[in-house]
Ligand binder design. Structure first.
Ligand code: IPD
Ligand code: CA
Ligand code: CA
Ligand code: CA
Length: 282
């Protein structure tokens, strides 16, 4: 079996299903949604998230019955472990809060890992029909046009996305997030918050965002984006500077290693200062 032809077949099937499921999001974005709360504060789901996930999983599993799935809305039935078996990592709508508000920054994120290596990444924003695709070793593309990550190395010149999701969590995490925000807002050229981790990473791949940082994510938020960034010449590192962990993503993604490392160092120093202050208070 020619594995690269097989992967091309997997990619084409996922691309077709993603475009098809995207029509559903586009048709629903302006409409009223029936919003349901999930376990964590601020985590919501709509019937559209569930329907998109169903289209993708049923389509892919009928073509490739031996494949496994790791998908947000059915995660309870699929433990977060990667094996060597081809595994689809799916976020049916990344940016559900945006979707519910008709804010057109939301996407479908689909990645495929084989032997625990990311082979395919697809991020599709159906609102503006932007389709970001990557296959390992073949580059990253936006609607078929090759992408190149930015060459910016100075934080003072960088446009940065930060998703401060941790603010809602424990007091300790809140203090750390606030400390990080203060430092980054002071030093970065500009700060944005998009509300979709997958699109944030796609924007790094596209070179319109120089650096992106997010902690405490799930694999489906970032898997496709990881491949987009690395295939466009960018880099993804762990917040502390090491290699990123797909199953427990604490990440910095950038067009250049220099910028990623500078921000990692800043975050590590800031976290230490905040922790010391907390210790002094107790
Ligand atoms: C969310 C988005 C957002 C991030 C949140 C995620 P969802 O995913 O990726 O950017 O800040 O923490 O939960 O729930 O919209 O798929
Ligand atoms: Ca969610
Ligand atoms: Ca998500
Ligand atoms: Ca989601």
């Amino acid at each position: 079996m020619d594995i690269s032809r097989e992967i091309e077949r997997y990619f084409q099937a996922a691309r077709k299903l993603t475009l098809e499921a995207g029509k559903l999001i586009k048709a629903a974005i302006e409409a009223e949604k029936n919003v349901m709360a999930k376990g964590n504060q601020g985590d919501i789901v709509t019937a559209n998230d569930q329907e998109v996930e169903k289209i993708l999983i049923s389509g892919l599993s009928s073509e490739f019955p031996e494949h496994k799935f790791m998908a947000e809305e059915s995660a309870e039935n699929s433990p977060l472990i990667l094996t060597d078996v081809p595994t689809w990592i799916i976020d049916p709508i990344d940016g559900t809060m945006n979707f519910v508000h008709s804010f057109p920054q939301c996407c479908i994120s689909v990645a495929l890992a084989i032997n625990k290596i990311l082979e395919v990444g697809i991020v599709y924003n159906p609102c503006n029909e932007e389709l970001y695709t990557a296959r390992r070793g073949q580059g990253a593309f936006l609607n078929g046009k090759p992408l190149k990550a930015s060459g910016v190395t100075e934080l003072s010149e960088a446009l940065m996305i930060i998703e401060p999701g941790m603010l809602r969590r424990s007091r300790a995490k809140r203090d750390i997030t606030k400390g990080r925000m203060e430092v980054l807002c002071t030093l970065a050229g500009g700060i944005r918050n998009v509300g979709s981790a997958a699109l944030g990473l796609a924007y790094v791949a596209r070179g319109i965002i120089d650096i992106f940082h997010i902690d405490y994510m799930q694999p489906w938020d970032v898997a496709a984006g990881f491949l987009l960034v690395s295939e466009s010449g960018g880099i993804v590192i762990d917040t502390k500077g090491g290699p990123p962990n797909l199953l427990e993503p604490l990440i910095i993604a950038s067009g250049t290693r220099q910028l990623a490392q500078e921000v990692s160092q800043l975050l590590v120093e800031t976290d230490l200062k905040i922790q010391r202050k907390r210790l002094q208070r107790t």
